[in-house]
Design a protein around this ligand. Sequence first.
Ligand code: SF4
Ligand code: SF4
Length: 268
Amino acid sequence: MERNYRVHGGRVQTRSLEAHIVDHCNLTCAECCSLSPLLPAWYASPASVADDLRKAAKVLNPGVFKLVGGEPLLHPQLVEIIGCVRDTGIAPLISVTTNGLQLGEMPDGFWQAVDALTISRYPKPRLAPDLVAHIEAQAARFDVRLNWKVQDSFTTMNRAQPATDIAEVQRIYHDCWIRERCHMIRDGMFYTCTRPAHFQTLYKSTQDFSSDGLPLRDDAGMLDALLAYLQRETPLDACLHCHGGSAPQAPHRIMKRIELDALKARYP
Ligand code: SF4
Ligand code: SF4
């Protein structure tokens, strides 16, 4: 665990920071960590991402900034957003995490803008060999770093019912590696993991997860507030709905419409 965060030049050094710029996806993976199959279509505005990052960049210096989803290639202003991220100077590297299915349709401007791609490779649907060849050629042409990530299995983090054993929740939160690796910004908030923002959308107004995040502010106390937040030992409200990053694995699979509809019916 990297909970003794180093501060350099007034900024906390972290592994990564991400923005989920669309909630929806063109796949319906079971156990999607971002809950995309259950969420309505949503697009981040470039102005909102830029505003959050301008504040965050004063106190935070992640090694990489990741644009994630849902499927981020579905965002029509993706290239503009990458430009906004670059202007803030938040991180030395800007990466997009994608299932790759749309990469054959991305314009050269996208390949020029991005530094790196993490491409999830699922057993089904497989990326066609000619698409893989195109991706490799474009990456070589525009000097984009490729990280092919084989994902045959997913962590089963979602709970059918909220946890009632508070000691168990405390232990899961304490041991959860995701709270160091999946820091996220959205709508003026910094989150130590991506789950609260998505639970907020999933549960609509029936449950409030806003206290799981730290409001991004422009004042002198922000650095201390961020360090205290990153090191807090009180579990998030979201942890009640989550088995954590070390939950058992299950083979990757795409949900059928009937299963998805039954799952959606559980939520408001
Ligand atoms: S491709 Fe990624 S974002 Fe889309 S449903 Fe699968 S895991 Fe979720
Ligand atoms: S909600 Fe809690 S247990 Fe789940 S990934 Fe986030 S920090 Fe870990």
